[in-house]
Design a protein around this ligand. Structure first.
Ligand code: DGY
Length: 321
């Protein structure tokens, strides 16, 4: 019987995922659950044939250059892989994979939660009731922005963007989008295509970002682009913090260009932005877009599908380049 490949699982994962991993791999894990340092990653590369890693592990070019040749594959437990220098890793002969599709519903749910919460002043309302400051009611009290019938603009109409569009249609929203490639009519489902972000933004009563963080999308939402949005609009970001210039976001909130924002991701994570925390019209979550029990299992199973395919000598379905 051939020996099972060794797999290092960098963080605590659901027990169903670990149980399945143990069928195919000799699993290596630590008892604690903390982000792993570059030194730890390098140490484990000499002990494992594969990694099942998270976005808390940073695979920079410097780390890639020091990895032991024993390590053959990094199967990420995430759809985003901006924590990996993929060209540097592939130059070392490593295969890198992600977990698309399985987290689209959960992430779009979070985007919808943020959209509704930002529009209807959830932070202010919750704080008022919770602190015993709710002492009156009037027709002008806590009036927010109506979602139903408004225009939702989506940047990045991949799988998550398409699920967001489907959910938004359930609220009677008119969906507009920008994507590098226009979708087929079956996938568009009536959504209105714009051939640039600039052309899209004037239609963004609500703007939801679903594009990856790349060199091209860094600070995509800057002063100039916020200026193109309708006055009193709402920004939702469940993509990556790098896509929004947080200084420009605060300026847009200060000027009233934006009525509110809903953010699950920040330029600095973990931690967020203490200046943004001063805004009651910013509804914030700590990067939990995909954090449902069902999705956490599915992400692990998808990563294992990739690992098992790789060690069978096949091309993993979710190889990234
Ligand atoms: C993802 O899958 O990219 C989520 O943001 C968690 O890292």
């Amino acid at each position: 019987m051939t020996e099972k490949p060794s797999l290092w699982i960098s963080r605590k994962l659901p027990s169903a995922v670990i149980h399945r991993a143990e069928q195919s791999f000799h699993v290596l894990q630590f008892g604690d659950d903390v982000p792993r340092s570059a030194e730890r990653i390098i140490e484990m590369s000499a002990k494992a044939d594969g990694f099942l890693a998270c976005n808390s592990e940073k695979f920079t070019a410097e780390v890639a250059a020091r990895l032991d040749p024993r390590l053959k594959i990094i199967a990420n437990y995430s759809v985003g892989y901006d924590h990996c220098d993929v060209p540097a890793l592939t130059a070392q002969g490593l295969t890198v994979t992600n977990t698309p599709e399985v987290l689209s519903e959960a992430t779009a749910e979070t985007a919808m939660l943020l959209l509704l919460g930002a529009a209807r002043r959830a932070v202010e309302g919750d704080k008022m009731v919770r602190t015993g400051q709710w002492d009156s009611w009037s027709p002008s009290f806590m009036v927010g922005k109506q979602v139903s019938g408004a225009r939702l603009s989506i940047v990045g109409m991949g799988r998550i963007g398409q699920v967001m569009a489907r959910m938004a249609r359930g609220f009677g929203m008119e969906v507009h989008y920008y994507n590098r490639n226009r979708l087929s009519p079956e996938k568009e489902q009536g959504a209105i295509y714009h051939n640039s972000v600039e052309a899209l933004l004037p239609f963004a009563d609500f703007l939801s970002l679903h594009c990856p963080a790349t060199a091209e999308t860094t600070n995509l939402m800057n002063d100039d682009r916020f200026a193109l949005m309708p006055n009193g609009s709402v920004l939702v970001n469940t993509a990556r913090g790098a896509v929004v210039d947080e200084g420009a976001l605060m300026a847009a909130l200060d000027s009233g260009k934006l009525a509110a924002a809903g953010l699950d991701v920040f330029q600095v994570e973990p931690g967020g932005n203490s200046e943004l925390s001063a805004y009651d019209n910013v509804f914030m979550l700590p990067h939990i877009g995909s954090a449902t029990f069902e999705t956490r299992d599915a992400m692990g199973f998808r990563a294992l599908d990739n690992l098992e395919a790789f060690f069978r000598g096949e091309e993993p379905g979710d190889k990234v380049t």
